[in-house]
Design a protein around this ligand. Structure first.
Ligand SMILES: Cc1cc2nc3c(=O)[nH]c(=O)nc-3n(C[C@H](O)[C@H](O)[C@H](O)COP(=O)(O)OP(=O)(O)OC[C@H]3O[C@@H](n4cnc5c(N)ncnc54)[C@H](O)[C@@H]3O)c2cc1C
Ligand SMILES: Cc1cc2nc3c(=O)[nH]c(=O)nc-3n(C[C@H](O)[C@H](O)[C@H](O)COP(=O)(O)O)c2cc1C
Length: 484
């Protein structure tokens, strides 16, 4: 939206007023967490916000009021991230870095650690948020959404920007980003610029956001952000894990980097692979994500990949490349992505791991990491179809159980008579044990299917533990999910 000359005039007038006003007052006491800032730099910050507010949305009646009330921490910027699989967190960190390179004071915060009161005291906030599930907020935002976003708050002094990550293949594109923006708007906050939607990591949209952030930081000569380059990793091994299964073939893969220094990640991290067609010719195709199933001490990156086929028999792009077209010994394009939200607890409090199918990948890495640290209070509830055909790494899990690395192992076979049908049924049947693990400080990790399993487990946990405890576990990092 273009500003009228009148609006620019008002903006310049306000700029002069706040410069004089800031020179006479110390605003810093209003936000104890940040260093005192007064005088020209701060006042210019306020003036800048005043101008931005005017330039971005001329239509608001309360502009003058908004501009005056942004005074408390003129140059401080909150950068808030809500992320399910780590990309939003990564972009928020880059955003913070770019702002700091322009000497902006930044506070980078997980949305789980954000309260409405903090926002009410802030003058500027950038939100980097993804959408997960079917138009849902990431898990770390659930508590904030329930506690704060139910109704408008008084955020009249806040100017904000929203980077909404999503994927147009989903019906509710960037739904959480939009919900957040509606709520901010209803709460009286004003946008610094229009919400930026990012479809599947689109670099053009990221450039657009980077441009806005560069304007805020005053540093405009930044190289474009792009995803890290793929590195060549050699496919060392491919082994079918479920011979005779009614389900799609599921493979164990092992890959080693050409550059041995890349053998570095944490359990819970994800890889992005660059698929190729059957010919193996390098082409630019959308990446696919897989949960890492090993730890660096294994000397290789392990994956558990289900081969996908369309009804016409066509192989899925990523799974087809990894499980059929790429020859053992071939080089695969790989980049590791940090997924902080799914890292193992650092202490030896108990942990409950719940998953199904290829979800064993992420759980296997986490349990390996825990066992390596001597943290053996691990309870695994794992579901597949048949005890004979679908033993995806189950022999190994049973060995770890026998050796005491897994304290408790519950295997749930959905296509066999007797016992629980699904992992969520087993949790309900073990409600007392779930409650006592959680009372002892257990974290809960869920990995695997978004369809059926993850919502079923969530409902079971809410039934067993109560809504507010589950929300609290999510907000404090004790309920973590890698579901797809
Ligand atoms: C965080 C995360 C972790 C993941 N971890 C794992 C993991 O550990 N293991 C794992 O196996 N997967 C994992 N996935 C899923 C994985 O990323 C891919 O989505 C999966 O391998 C399917 O991708 P694809 O390219 O093979 O299939 P795509 O080509 O994307 O096809 C997907 C589906 O669409 C159907 N389809 C494809 N083409 C057509 C067509 N022309 N017409 C009709 N239907 C069609 C196929 O049947 C297929 O089922 C994870 C996903 C995420 C987000
Ligand atoms: C299981 C799953 C569900 C998703 N659901 C949606 C959705 O409903 N709407 C949408 O726009 N994007 C959806 N996405 C796409 C993500 O928002 C997108 O990949 C984003 O970059 C992830 O960021 P994050 O790693 O910070 O969570 C989904 C992605 C996954 C893996």
């Amino acid at each position: 939206m273009k500003a009228t000359l009148g609006q620019i005039g008002i903006g310049l007038f306000l700029l002069v007023v706040v410069v004089v006003f800031a020179g006479m007052h110390d605003f810093s006491g209003m936000q104890a967490a940040s260093p005192p800032r007064t005088g020209w730099a701060g006042a210019l910050g306020v003036g800048w916000v005043a101008m931005s507010v005017l330039l971005t949305r001329g239509k608001r009646d309360a502009i003058t009021k908004d501009v005056v009330s942004v005074a408390p921490m003129p140059d401080m910027m909150l950068v808030i991230h809500a992320s399910q699989t780590g990309f939003a967190s990564e972009l928020a960190a880059r955003t913070a870095e770019l702002l700091r390179s322009g000497s902006v004071t930044v506070e980078l915060r997980d949305i789980a650690a954000l309260t409405p009161a903090m926002l009410a005291h802030a003058t500027r906030a950038l939100f980097v948020v993804s959408t997960t599930g079917e138009g849902d907020a990431p898990d770390n935002a659930t508590a904030f959404r329930r506690a704060a976003m139910n109704s408008p708050q008084a955020l009249h002094g806040l100017a904000y920007g929203v980077l909404a990550l999503g994927d147009r293949d989903y019906e509710d594109f960037c739904a959480f980003g939009h919900d957040l923006e509606h709520w901010l708007h209803a709460s009286g906050a004003v946008p610094l610029f229009d919400l930026v939607e990012v479809d599947n990591g689109d670099e053009g949209a990221l450039r657009h956001w980077q441009h806005h952030v560069a304007q805020l930081s005053g540093v405009t000569t930044q190289p474009d952000w792009s995803r890290p380059a793929y590195q060549p990793w050699r496919l060392l091994e491919r082994r079918l894990l479920n011979r005779g299964s009614m389900g799609g073939p599921c493979f164990h893969l092992a890959l080693a980097p050409e550059d041995a220094t890349l053998l570095s990640w944490q359990a819970g991290d994800i890889v992005e692979i660059g698929p190729r067609h059957a010919s193996g010719e390098p082409v630019t195709l959308p990446h696919r994500e897989y949960s890492i199933a090993s730890v660096p001490a294994d000397g290789a990156l392990h994956l558990v990949v289900r081969q996908m086929r369309a009804v016409d028999g066509t192989l899925g792009l990523g799974s087809g490349w990894l499980t059929e077209y790429a020859a053992v010994g071939a080089l695969i394009d790989v980049r590791v992505r940090r997924n902080e939200g799914f890292h193992a607890p650092i202490d030896d409090r108990p942990a409950i791991f719940v998953g199904n199918g290829t979800g064993i990948a992420g759980l296997r890495a986490l349990i390996k990491a825990r066992m390596a640290r001597g943290h053996t209070r691990n309870w695994l509830v794992f579901g597949e179809r048949h005890a004979q055909a679908d033993r995806v790494h189950v022999d190994e899990l049973e060995r770890w159980h026998d050796l005491g690395g897994i304290e408790r192992l519950d295997l749930v076979w959905s296509r066999q008579p007797g016992g629980s049908r699904y992992v969520q049924d087993r949790l309900r049947a073990m409600a007392d044990e779930v409650r006592s693990y959680v009372a002892e400080g257990a974290s809960i990790y869920v990995c695997g299917s978004l369809a059926g399993m993850a919502p079923g487990v969530d409902a079971a946990l809410r039934n067993i533990l109560g809504e507010s405890l589950v929300d609290e576990l999510a907000a404090t990092g004790r309920y973590r999910r890698d579901v797809y």
